[in-house]
Design a protein around this ligand. Sequence first.
Ligand SMILES: [Zn+2]
Length: 284
Amino acid sequence: MASLPWRRHRKKDIPGDLWVRCPDCGSTVFGKDLDDMLKVCPECGHHFPISSHTRIAYTLDPASWQELDAGMEAIDALGFVDSKPYPEKLAEAATKTGLKEAMRYGLGSIEGRAVVFGVLEFKFMGGSMGVVVGEKVTRAAELAKERGEPLILVAASGGARMHEGILSLMQMAKTCSALAELREAGGFFISICTHPTTGGVTASWAMAADFVIAEPEALVGFAGPRVIEGTIKKKLPAGFQRAEFLLEKGQLDLIVPRTELRATLSRLLRYIPQPALAPTESSS
Ligand SMILES: [Zn+2]
C-alpha cells in the first residue's frame, strides 16, 4: 500500500489542524468551523484556549492595535533557580511565544471607541505576574487616566511569579493602587477573566474592576480546589470556582461567550461618557 503514489500525496495534502477534537465533548470539529466560531466548540460551547495575538484580533477593530513597551524585560533580581535558572525559563518562554513578557498592553478601538487594552499571554510562564506584568498593568491604568479612555484587561494567569518572590507579590498592591487612582479620577475599568484566572492576579487587579466579566466555565479563584479541600477538610460543592458558580455568588457581573464578547463590550462602552474622564495635563 505504501508504494501507491496517490496515497502519499493525499496524506501530505491534509494539514494536521484540519480537524480538531474537542477535549470536553469529544466531537471532531472542522478546523475552519472552529475558527469561524472564535475557537468555541460548535457542539458543546467549550472555549478553547487562545493566544494573546488571537485575543487582540477577536476583540479590537482590525489594525487599531498599537502595542506599547513591548520590549520591557524581566530581570533576575533574586538569582532564582528551581529546575533551571530563571533567565533560561524567560528565554524559553520568549522563544515559544515571540514575546518578551506575559503582559501586553496598548491602544486600540472596539467598534470605533478608543480604549486602553491589555491581555495576558498564558503561554508565557502561565501568564504569571512578575515585576514587568505589574508595571504594564500600572502603566495601562495610568494611560487610561491620562487619555480619558476606558481600560479593558483580559486575564489568564496562574498567579504571582514565584521566581520574583516578594517583588511579584508587591505588584498586587501596586496595580490596585494605580486602579484606585483611575477610579478616583472617574475612569472606568472592565476586567475579563478567562480560563484560568488564579492566585495573585485574581486577588488583585482582575477582580478590582468596575465590571468583571468571565468566559463560560472559566476557573476563577485564588487557591486551587484541592488545596482548599485539604485545608478545610470538606468536600467542595460542584462547579466550585467556575464562572457560573461565581456569578451566582455575586463575584462576577456577567458571563459572556467569546462569540458575543466584542458586541457586549461595545454595548457597555456606550454607557460610559466619552471621554470617560477629563484627560489630564500630561496627555498629549
Ligand atoms: Zn465540544
